[in-house]
Ligand binder design. Structure first.
Ligand SMILES: Nc1nc2c(ncn2[C@@H]2O[C@H](COP(=O)(O)OP(=O)(O)OP(=O)(O)O)[C@@H](O)[C@H]2O)c(=O)[nH]1
Ligand SMILES: [Mg+2]
Length: 369
């Protein structure tokens, strides 16, 4: 199952409390305060994992929680910090605060980590509170609370070229000819129900990634067919390739319709560089003219046939050229680090001054003053 959206609750660990404790030695019964600090609570991170292709795991596990830090102990022993929890996601995953919709960050590369819930700091033990006039402090701090929130994960496939067309336009067939991908192909609409990715290699280490998405029909922006929900997977592509079969009843109307649906979905997608592919070229007699369409802003138009191979070599080279130009122009997409929005630093929690009511505080060798 291809899952490209999930909402999960993330809970970081609370920091451990500081200890209130006094040292006692054989010849020095009042050795002074020695309560150690609490350990840090575990944080929750999202991390890119190249082995994943969907957010399916998050259907089954909707709460990710890190442990709390250990409490401090006597002899100024600091409590152990809790381990962080890491949520693996496929590269191309956007993370938003489910409450506000704010973008927290995007994972674009394997190994890239984004903090989604910050663990609480450990509280200070009473050893920190001694002063010249206050030599036997009992004060200690509780640990800070760990952050908790709902986050929305949205997968947007990372590809260079996105194939867009009505059902049966030949998108999957073209992907299978350009790459080693083997998507399902059939002569009925909506054969493709989930996006497919293929790597188109051109030798000498040159390669580009092509995405095939489910077909788009008139009224898709109103939810017809599979709607526009898969268009999120071509939002990050550098180039769109529109497919219009040469044997379409009205190729111009079909193309205009596709452009309209794209515009309804997003102005940014509409502005993206695009090319027009007249597919199934073999269905026209060799000497017949290919339909000439008006495609304002198209970088180029090419007639191709996945069946006969006509125009395919040229298509590969031209796509490579165009993707290279876009790669040069959009260095930002290649950026090593996408700055994640910094989480607000939590306000410091008031520290407790009554060790008698302190929760789970580890009190050792407590002596009367
Ligand atoms: N003659 C001819 N038929 C083609 C060509 N490319 C695809 N077809 C046929 O067109 C039909 C649809 O092809 P698909 O690749 O499944 O089309 P699609 O655009 O992926 O369709 P959906 O997944 O339903 O959106 C199949 O019967 C293909 O065999 C071509 O170049 N020439
Ligand atoms: Mg298909």
């Amino acid at each position: 199952m291809f899952i490209d959206r999930a909402v999960v609750r993330v809970t970081a660990g609370t920091g451990g409390s500081g200890a209130s404790s006094f040292a006692r030695f054989k010849y020095k019964p009042k050795g002074g305060p020695d309560g150690g600090d609490g350990g840090r609570g575990g944080s929750v991170f999202v991390e890119g994992d190249a082995n994943l292709a969907t957010l399916l795991d998050y259907r089954y596990r909707t709460h990710w929680k890190a442990e709390r830090g250990e409490h401090g102990r006597g002899k100024t022993q600091t409590g152990a910090s809790a381990n962080d929890v890491v949520m693996p996601v496929p590269p191309g995953t956007e993370i938003r605060d489910a409450g506000t919709g704010d973008l927290i960050g995007e994972v674009l590369k394997p190994g890239q980590r984004i903090l989604v819930a910050r663990g609480g700091r450990g509280g200070r033990g009473n050893a920190h509170f001694a002063t010249a006039t206050h030599q036997a402090p009992r004060e200690w701090e509780p640990g800070d609370e760990g952050q908790e929130r709902q986050v929305e994960l949205v997968l947007k496939l990372l590809a260079d070229v996105g194939l867009v067309g009505e059902p049966n336009a030949g998108k999957s067939t073209l992907l299978s000819v350009l790459s080693a991908a083997r998507p399902k192909i059939a002569d009925y609409p909506f054969t493709t129900l989930e996006p497919n990715l293929g790597v188109m290699g051109l030798g000498q280490g040159r390669s580009i990634v092509v995405a095939d998405i489910p077909g788009i029909i008139e009224g898709a922006h109103e939810g017809k067919g599979l709607g526009l929900k898969f268009l999120q997977h071509v939002e990050r592509t550098r180039v769109l390739a529109f497919l219009v079969p040469v044997d379409a009843e009205n190729p111009q109307a079909m193309f205009d319709q596709l452009r309209t649906e794209i515009r309804e979905y997003s102005a940014a997608l509409y502005q993206k560089p695009y090319v027009l592919l007249l597919s199934k070229r073999d269905l026209l007699p060799d000497d017949a003219a290919v339909p000439r369409l008006s495609a304002p802003g198209a970088r180029w138009t090419l007639a191709v046939s996945a069946a006969s191979g006509a125009g395919i070599d040229e298509l590969r080279e031209q796509l490579w050229q165009l993707v290279q130009e876009e790669r040069q122009a959009n260095r930002d997409l290649e950026a090593d680090e996408v700055p994640a929005r910094r989480l607000p630093d939590e306000d410091r929690i008031e520290w407790g001054d009554d060790p008698g009511t302190g929760p789970e505080v580890h009190v050792e060798e407590l002596l009367d003053e």
